[in-house]
Design a protein around this ligand. Structure first.
Ligand SMILES: Cc1ncc(COP(=O)(O)O)c(C=O)c1O
Length: 363
């Protein structure tokens, strides 16, 4: 068994302790939705309620949102806990998972914590960071029980279409494995969001939350979609982590879901303003190479020359600006930019990034 002495997530420690800045381009989600903008009265809230294996009205709403039956839904504290439950329910210690690269580090850290061996399949920049099912087939082994990817891809924001996911599903099926798709950024397609990939078959498992696309991180409204038998297994694993969810959070999540169009409208407006600003920033920089994602809140440019660590330090020390260094995603020459923040903050942040890049040019 691997040691748990050194367990911990460098990325999460960065996100919690070092990503904050006046001009924050490191955050990957839409800025917080204010509670006062949700139509609710205190009478609609309560401290305790029947949330044992999920709160039925919340399960029903999430089932409706995702076009599945409520027994396929497991609620969890954010996509983070949803991923933990999904990984723990589909893998045994000593088995193997095949994970996309670059990757959201928490997936790997959780797999290691669970005693699962990790292999990678690459998503190459020269190939637009797309998922190549043939590459997945080349990398899968007889020990692989789970293929893991994110859609939209974190850190690049690239969308994987259903046909590709179906092809990955076929590779998994042939090898007696499943596919876990973390769809937390897919929510940012709003009304254009494709159906959750669970509809492609029982060998798929989906995780998501209201965190990234709606600015509702504080609700911790996450979920897993899985076949009912697997979902039951996750509920039983969840028993080890707590008796029930925070009931007021479940009630607020229901209210948010009942008003999701209003919440989404604000997020879409923000992105409509910020995306062209990002586009014109990127077009103006010959020192960056990038794949422009069509949707979502993030992009993952490559710094052609110089060090991202140096740029990060300069931004912090001289420009009150933060970025997401690519080393946390396994690609140290890249950095992640988020465009879900306040438009003025984002505009000035990008300007400052440009000024810092000008300073370091040729160094
Ligand atoms: C791919 C991915 N999954 C999950 C999470 C965590 O989501 P949540 O805040 O809903 O736990 C993140 C946050 O950065 C993420 O990028």
């Amino acid at each position: 068994m691997p040691s748990r002495t050194n367990i911990g997530s460098p990325y999460m420690q960065f996100a919690k302790l070092r990503s904050e800045a006046k001009y924050n381009l490191a955050s990957s989600g839409i800025m917080s939705y204010p509670l006062k903008d949700l139509p609710l009265t205190v009478d609609e809230l309560e401290i305790c309620g029947p949330t044992l294996y999920g709160y039925a009205p919340l399960l029903e709403r999430l089932a409706r949102l995702n076009g599945v039956s409520p027994d396929c839904v497991v609620t969890a504290a954010g996509t983070s806990m949803a991923n933990h439950l999904a990984l723990a329910a589909t893998l045994e210690p000593g088995e193997e998972a095949l994970v996309e690269w670059p990757t959201y580090e928490l997936i790997v850290t959780t797999l290691e914590y669970l005693g699962v061996a990790v292999r990678y399949f690459e998503r190459r920049m020269e190939d637009g960071f797309r998922v190549d099912p043939q590459e997945v087939e080349r990398r899968i082994t007889a020990q692989t029980r789970l293929i893991v990817l994110t859609n939209l891809h974190n850190p690049t924001g690239v969308l994987t279409e259903e046909d590709t996911l179906r092809a990955v599903g076929e590779v998994a099926k042939k090898n007696n494995a499943r596919v876990l798709v973390d769809e937390v950024y897919l929510e940012a397609l709003y009304e254009r969001r494709p159906r959750p990939v669970l509809c492609l078959g029982d060998h798929f498992v989906v995780t998501s939350s209201l965190t990234k696309a709606y600015g509702l991180s504080g609700l911790r409204c996450g979920w897993v979609l899985a076949n009912p038998e697997l979902a039951q297994r996750m509920w039983h694993i969840n028993d080890l982590y707590g008796v029930n969810a925070a009931f007021p959070a479940d009630l607020l999540s229901m209210i948010a879901l009942d008003n999701l169009e209003r919440v989404a409208a604000r997020a879409k407006k923000l992105l409509e303003v910020n995306r062209p600003v990002l586009d014109s920033f990127l077009r103006s920089r010959d020192d960056l190479e990038y794949v422009r994602p069509e949707f979502g809140t993030i992009v993952f440019p490559k710094l052609r020359h110089g060090s991202v660590d140096g740029l990060d330090r300069l931004l912090r020390e001289e420009y009150e600006t933060s970025i997401g260094p690519g080393k946390y995603f396994g690609m140290p020459q890249h950095f992640r930019l988020g465009i879900g923040g306040d438009p003025e903050m984002t505009r000035v942040g990008l300007e400052r990034l440009g000024a810092a890049l000008d300073t370091t040019r040729g160094q």
